[in-house]
Each structure stands twice: as C-alpha cells, then as structure tokens.
Design a protein around this ligand. Structure first.
Ligand code: NAP
Length: 248
C-alpha cells in the first residue's frame, strides 16, 4: 500500500452524487472510504464492487451521520487504521418535503439532523487528524435551494443554508492550519433524490435553467475533485455553484 495514496472519506457515497465523487477519487488511485445508511445495502455493495474493480482500496460502512457518537467512533477507527484523512466530502443528505403549514417537527428535525448536524459531526471528528497533519480538504455539499429557497423545502433549505454559514466559519478557523473548507452548491441533478419529484416540479425547475438541461452527478464530482486538487490550494470558505446558470 502506497503511503502517497490519499485517504478520502465520502458520506452518502452509495448512490447519486456521492457515488460519482467516490469514482472520481478512485480514478486517481485514492483509498476511498464511504458511508451510507439504508439497511438495504444493494446500492452500497454495487458501488463498492465498482471501486474494487477499479483496483483501489475501498471500504463501505453503514453509518448514520446524524449520530454524534457513531460518527466519532467511525473516525476514531479510520484514524487508527490510516493515521490520517486527506479529504472529507460531506455529501449525505435527505429530503422530507412539505409545506410549512403541514410540516411536522419530526420532518424538520430529521432533515436538520442528517443534512446539517451530520456535517458538524463528521467535520468535528475529522479535524483532529487533519490539524495534526497540518493539511486537509473539507468539501460540503450544499444546494441552490440553500441560496434561493424552495416551496415545500423550508427544512431542506435551512439545512443547506446552514452548511454555507458553517463552511465559512470553519474555513476561517482552520485556514491557518493548512486545511481548506469549501462548499459546492449543485442545482438540479439527475439522482434518486430528484427522480421522485413530481413531473410538474421538474418541469418548473428545467424552465429556469439557462443551460436547458438537468446536471449529471459526474459534473458535481468534477468540481469537488478540483477543490481537493493542487489547483485549489488558495481557495477556502467559498461556495462553488454547479447549476447550469439556475442561480447566478
Ligand atoms: P441520493 O441519491 O438520495 O443519495 C443520498 C446519499 O446519502 C445516499 O448514499 C444515502 O445512503 C446517504 N444518506 C442518507 N441519509 C444518510 C445518513 N443518515 N447517514 C449516512 N448517509 C446517509 O442524493 P443525491 O441527489 O446524490 O444528493 C447528494 C447530496 O447532494 C445531498 O446532500 C443533496 O442534498 C445534495 N444535492 C442534490 C441535488 C440534486 O439535484 N440531486 C441538488 C443539490 C444538492 P443510503 O441510501 O444508504 O441511506
């Protein structure tokens, strides 16, 4: 095992954007550890097979990013095994849509717990080894919805806007330690998350996209990969938009 191979942790790596991010890092030969949460592990197993077929060292772990204790235990194990983490991509996210009038406290709390507390939990757990190394890249996946809001997604928009404030604060805290922290805000991307939207909502989104098409997970993965590359050494606290012009 080459010590020079980067250790990359991706949350929500089993499908969609997270899967594309795992495959992109695997293409450089990085060691890819991803976490997912669905008890049906089919998607995670399929992604793991793809990574193994690329000849990289990869691991899949079932982990709920909203559990502070479970996340801490996971990163403690990773630090023991690898001594460092080079890149953390906080990608795991869920939706529980509904108009505010009808949104339950449970819908609110679940989305905030996974999308925002999950980012806090993983980032807090990973910075100790990164500070020790005086190096690291943290990339948080926000959303255009966190920037402009969306009907029926008050909980999701709040979680994604929260990620932006979190990213900028932590970027300031860690800039002197050799760690960059940035956010990527995708627009409307072709994954299971958007597949389940009603056709009317999809059409309304499409009509607002100057490029006239939905984005692909790989297009988001390219930006995440670049933020973790030697091309982005002087970039921190930024929000990079990958949205086909949906919001400028
Ligand atoms: P997706 O296809 O639904 O995938 C979500 C991933 O998150 C899955 O791997 C899922 O694993 C994992 N996950 C969910 N809950 C988790 C938990 N509690 N702990 C750990 N992992 C968990 O979604 P996607 O569209 O690729 O979205 C990825 C990220 O991009 C999300 O943060 C999303 O908000 C953001 N985003 C997406 C779009 C879009 O248009 N698709 C636009 C803007 C932003 P399991 O299935 O195993 O639970």
């Amino acid at each position: 095992m080459s010590e020079s191979k980067r250790i990359v942790v991706v949350t929500g790596g089993s499908k969609g954007i997270g899967k594309a991010i795992c495959l992109k890092f695997a293409s450089e030969g990085a060691r890819v550890l991803f976490v997912h949460y669905d008890p049906d592990e089919q998607a995670a197993n399929d992604t793991l097979s793809l990574l193994n077929n690329m000849g990289v060292e990869a691991q899949a772990h079932k982990l709920d990013v909203s559990s502070f204790e479970a996340v801490e235990a996971f990163f403690t194990r990773v630090a023991k095994e690898y001594q460092r983490v080079d890149v953390l991509v906080n990608n795991a996210g869920i939706t529980q849509d509904g108009f505010l009038m009808r949104m339950s406290a449970n819908q609110w709390n679940q989305v905030l717990a996974v999308n925002l507390s999950g980012v806090f939990n993983c980032t807090k757990a990973v910075i100790r080894p990164m500070i020790k190394e005086r190096s690291g890249r943290i990339i948080n996946i926000s959303s255009v919805v966190g920037q402009i809001g969306n009907i029926g997604q008050a909980n999701y928009a709040a979680s994604k806007a929260g990620i932006l404030g979190f990213t900028k604060s932590v970027a300031r805290e860690l800039a002197g330690r050799g760690i960059t922290v940035n956010a990527v805000a995708p627009g409307f991307v072709n994954t299971e998350m958007t597949e389940k939207l009603p056709d009317k909502v999809k059409e309304a989104f499409l009509a607002q996209i100057p490029m006239g098409r939905i984005g692909e997970p790989e297009e988001v993965a390219e930006t995440v990969y670049w933020l973790a590359s030697s091309g982005a050494t002087y970039i921190t606290g930024q929000v990079i938009q990958v949205n086909g012009g949906l919001y400028m």
